[in-house]
Design a protein around this ligand. Structure first.
Ligand code: ADP
Ligand code: ASP
Ligand code: MG
Length: 439
């Protein structure tokens, strides 16, 4: 079994969808194909939802109409036959009728999730109409029948696995399955999602649940690059990464992968390939247990980081102090990214400020609390970099003009993290590109 996931740009135009159909029928291997919404759709749905949450129905309606016009045009080029045009039109009508109905009901979080699900529901159904027109045998597997998250918003893996197996067993005569990325059911049985970019997560979860031979993530670039191509001019694709390296890069900002999508594939040891729909023959990036070469492979940046410093002279020799500090973050389900300690202070970083005020209040009895917002974590990722000679020297030489606020080194064999003020991000990524990769 092979899992093939196609992102927004890969299905964003009718001709791209036609190419996806070619890519998934190149060989006879049984496949589960995971599709994102057409590019731009989820952003539009977020916008519609935001308008509705503030009671701005007029703007919501304008956005709905604009999106509908986009889909009406899309299907005229997607399928040719009258019968298929009419099928595709009915699908678009059904989903836009839903969006127009919600204009009239009161907004809620559950409704927001329903709105966000429309993109993947439409892209998969429309793609299936095209496959039907082409006479390609397939089955649409609704993700809402097997993909779920638990009360902690974590994938309910055992349930996903059991339900997926049952569905595949039930349709054992089929070789090609199409399903939605991103969307799922939550513990309350409502429609929910795996957060932005979550189709990668869907693909990896399915790959692990189905014990697939490979999980292919098809996107608009030829693999994981050594630096953020949106920020730095000269970047290059990396041939081979270990699961750990890829997970660190995804978590610390390499947008090509959803932040937590690697663990399911890693758990079941399913190789992940990052491939380019626009250049299908390019090697791309292969992610497996083995790291391949030793040394620095890439840098990534994660914005929106808040640093919290707790200064306390009582910390001196006080065992149990760090536990008490961490318990506060655990209580507010806020995960910590970086930690540095001295004898009189501990600094941690978080990326979620939902409970910041409560956290500060509970930390205050421990000492003086300082909050520093608008930071970026720069992660330097590679294989055994902590043991690789002169990485630290090259890194600090490159960063000579930059004030570095925190450094985390030695926590793992494949990561060095730096905290900087976000205003220096672009400069830092460029300087490191030169200093570490000579680019
Ligand atoms: P998709 O819609 O296929 O899921 P995304 O937009 O989520 O695609 O991810 C692909 C984009 O990720 C690329 O176009 C690129 O701009 C961006 N990106 C950021 N960092 C990296 C990196 N280190 N390597 C490759 N792409 C990256
Ligand atoms: N459509 C969703 C998003 O734009 C999920 C995805 O593309 O992975 O975030
Ligand atoms: Mg993505």
């Amino acid at each position: 079994m092979k899992i093939m996931k196609f992102g927004g740009t890969s299905v964003g135009k009718p001709e791209r969808m036609h190419e996806v159909a070619q890519l998934i029928t190149k060989d006879a291997t049984p496949k589960i194909v995971v599709l994102s919404a057409l590019s731009g759709t989820t952003n539009s749905l977020v916008e519609i939802s935001n308008y509705l949450s503030t009671g701005n129905r007029i703007s919501a309606k304008a956005s709905i109409d604009k999106l509908e016009a986009h889909y009406r045009k899309f299907i005229t080029e997607l399928v040719k036959g009258e019968n298929f045009q009419s099928k595709a039109n009915s699908i678009v009508t059904e989903h836009f009728e839903f969006l127009n109905i919600i204009l009239r009901i009161s907004f809620s979080d559950a409704l927001n999730k329903d709105i966000l699900a429309q993109g993947e529901l439409m892209s998969t159904k429309l793609f299936c109409v095209y496959l039907e027109e082409k006479g390609i045998d397939h089955l649409l597997l609704p993700a809402l029948e097997f993909m779920s998250i638990d009360a902690n918003e974590e994938p309910a893996f055992t349930s996903i696995q059991t339900k997926l197996h049952a569905l595949l067993q039930h349709h054992s005569d089929k070789k090609l399955f199409i399903t939605q990325g991103y969307i799922c059911k939550n513990a309350k049985g409502e429609v929910d999602n795996l957060k932005r970019g979550g189709s990668d997560y869907t693909a990896s979860l399915i790959a692990a649940a189905a014990n697939a031979d490979v999980c292919e993530i098809w996107t608009d670039i030829d693999g994981m690059h050594n630096n953020d191509p949106r920020v730095v001019d000269k970047t290059m694709a990396i041939e081979q990464l270990s699961f750990e390296e890829a997970a660190e890069l995804a978590y610390f900002g390499a947008k090509i992968l959803h932040p937590t999508c690697i663990w399911p594939a890693q758990q079941e040891n399913v190789p992940v390939k990052l491939l380019n729909t626009m250049e299908p023959d390019a090697a791309g990036t292969t992610i497996t247990k083995e790291a391949g070469s030793v040394g620095v492979k890439a840098v990534a940046a994660k914005d929106g980081i808040i640093a919290i410093r707790i200064k306390s002279s009582r910390m001196l020799l006080a065992y149990g102090f760090l536990r008490k500090v961490f318990e506060v973050f655990e209580k507010y389900k806020t995960s910590i990214d970086m930690v540095t300690t001295s004898e009189v202070a501990v600094s941690v970083t978080i990326d979620n400020d939902t409970f910041l005020n409560d956290i500060i209040k509970e930390l205050e009895p421990f000492g003086i609390i300082e909050i520093d917002k608008n930071n970026t974590i720069i992660s330097i990722v590679g294989n055994e970099i902590a043991e690789t000679k002169d990485v630290m020297k090259r890194m600090f030489d490159a960063l000579e003009p930059i004030p570095v606020r925190m450094v985390s080194y030695g926590g793992s064999h494949h990561n060095i993290s730096l905290l900087i003020d976000s205003q220096y991000k672009r400069e830092v990524l460029q300087l490191l590109n030169k200093g570490l990769f000579g680019l």
